[in-house]
Structures are given as C-alpha cells and as structure tokens.
Design a protein around this ligand. Structure first.
Ligand SMILES: NC(=O)c1ccc[n+]([C@@H]2O[C@H](COP(=O)([O-])OP(=O)(O)OC[C@H]3O[C@@H](n4cnc5c(N)ncnc54)[C@H](O)[C@@H]3O)[C@@H](O)[C@H]2O)c1
Length: 269
C-alpha cells in the first residue's frame, strides 16, 4: 500500500483541478485524478509518474453518485483513504437568461456542479471518517458564490456550494475533517487567455472591477488550496476564501456612477 497521504481531485485533468493535482503531488501526496476527460487525465498522470510521483487516473462522471462511490472504494483499496479532497469538476457556462435557457442543460449543470460536489464529499468524506485520521476538503466556489451574475444554473449553484461547505464543516468537524471553499475571480487559464487573444473577452473591462491589476493563475488557486489543507489552517473550517484580486471588495466601488478619484492604468494580465 502507498505510504504517502492521498489527495483526490475531481476535474483534475485540466485547469484549476490540474494545478491542484500538480501542487499536491509536489507537496508529497499520492494523487488520484477523477475526470471525464480520459486523454488529458492519463497524459497528466503519466507525466507525474515519470517524475517519480504516485498518481492514478480514473474516468468518472461526478454526476453519477454510484460511480463516484465505487471509485472511492478503488482509490481506498489501491492508494489508501483520502486525506485531501478537492472538488473542481464543473461545467462552465456562457451568459444566458432564465426565460430563454435550455432546461435540460440547466439540470445537467446542477447535476455536475452541485450534485457532483455533494457526491464526492459524501463518498470521500465517509472514507475519511472511517479511516479516523481527519482530513481536509476544498470545494470550488467563485465570485459567483457572493453576488448575482447572468449564469442562471452556475451562479446559484456556486452560492449553494458555499452553504454546502458550511453544512459539511459543521457535520464533519467532530471527525477532525475541515471543509472550506475557494472563491476565484476570473482565472487566467489557457482557455481564458485564448478567448482574450481571439477578442471574445475584453481584459481591460474585466480588470475594471478588481483592486489589483492582475488575475490569479490556476497555480495561485492551488496555493490557496494547499494552505487550506495544511496544518497552518488547522482551525479554519467552513469559510469561502476569495482568491479574487480584490473583486468582492471593489466591484461596486470601481463601477460607482461618480467614478473613482484617480486615473486607472492598463491591466498587467
Ligand atoms: N476558470 C475560472 O475563471 C473559474 C473561476 C471561478 C471558479 N472556477 C471553478 O473552478 C473549477 C475548475 O474550473 P476550470 O476553469 O479549471 O474549468 P475547466 O473546464 O478547465 O476544468 C474542469 C474539469 O472538470 C472536468 N469535468 C467536467 N464535467 C465533469 C464531470 N461530469 N465529471 C468529472 N469531471 C468533469 C473537465 O473534463 C475538466 O477537466 C470549477 O468548479 C469552476 O466553476 C473557475
């Protein structure tokens, strides 16, 4: 049996989840990547194994509770019980209105984003309880957890995940399992960079609602996760930690009708 602590990351094949996988592998964890994207997941795991890390890929749709539960068993038997869980798997939508949205797509987004988080927290949370060694769970919130945005399934789903995180923290605290959420602003993923390059997103407009002049990278989000899962955060549970370049603090301030009393410079990135 593997002797390293085990970190499980849903949606770990790409983006923020991938950065979490890399960070936890770097900090001495055996990592299990659960994702629907087999090609990217297996490529990542092969790369980590070549570096001498312990890593597994499992094809898994987090919307399927039975599949997540079965995989928790496989991970438990082959690597050992999880001591860290990151729930990054999600569908990312485009702007739409409630009146015009497609209800099947709406339901699917809830099943993946919210129910998928519940499924992973239940299956791996039970495993942590049974192992009796405590643990740390990080769910993926967003600035969408804090304020309305025109993303009718995604936005309330992220608010629900913030509340779920509190409920889990209250329920699992007696087992020394801490449950927190990270709340990123727009993260400079390769996908966002490509949209900016293609003129589909306006970086100057995006930066107008932030206090800082730079957006977090996936690695910045992984740093916050690593902190939340470390002994340094041993008394922190049930929180939503914004990693948002000051978006929540300043979005309304920066868009105040009277303007801000200084000249604004161009964003760095
Ligand atoms: N990128 C951002 O700007 C941003 C901002 C705030 C919050 N978030 C949140 O961070 C998380 C990751 O976002 P990202 O930008 O890395 O997205 P991404 O699309 O790059 O990665 C998501 C991963 O989840 C996987 N996935 C999708 N559906 C799945 C399913 N049903 N079962 C298992 N895996 C599935 C995908 O294959 C992919 O590997 C999400 O929860 C997202 O809501 C992202």
């Amino acid at each position: 049996m593997n002797s390293l602590p085990v970190a499980v990351v849903t949606g770990g094949a790409r983006g923020i989840g991938e950065a979490a996988v890399r960070k936890f592998a770097e900090t001495g964890h055996a990592v299990a990547v659960l994702d629907v994207n087999r090609e990217l997941g297996e490529t990542l795991v092969r790369e980590l194994q070549k570096q001498g890390k312990v890593a597994q890929f499992h094809s898994c749709d987090v919307a399927d509770a039975a599949a997540v539960n079965a995989l928790a068993d496989v991970v438990g038997k082959t690597l050992g019980p999880a001591s860290v869980l990151v729930t990054s798997a999600a569908l990312i939508p485009n702007t739409e209105s409630i009146m015009d949205m497609d209800l099947d797509a709406h339901d699917r987004m809830w099943r993946v984003n919210y129910h998928g988080t519940v499924h992973a927290c239940r299956s791996f949370g039970k495993q942590m309880v049974d192992a009796g060694r405590g643990g740390a769970i990080v769910t993926l919130g967003s600035i969408n957890s804090a304020l309305p945005m025109p993303l009718p399934a995604y936005n309330p789903g992220k608010a629900a995940i913030a509340r779920l995180t509190q409920l889990l923290a209250a329920e699992l605290g007696r087992h020394h399992i801490r449950v927190n959420s990270v709340g990123p602003t727009y993260v400079m993923t390769p996908q966002l960079q490509a949209r900016i390059d293609a003129g589909q997103r306006d970086l100057v407009k995006m930066m107008q609602t932030h206090a800082l002049d730079t957006l977090p990278t996936p690695a910045d989000i992984a740093e916050a996760m690593a902190f939340l899962c470390s002994p340094a955060a041993r008394t922190i549970t049930g929180i939503l930690l914004p990693v948002d370049s000051g978006w929540i603090a300043s979005a309304t301030y920066m868009t105040y009708a009277g303007g801000v009393p200084w000249e604004r410079s161009a964003p760095v990135a």
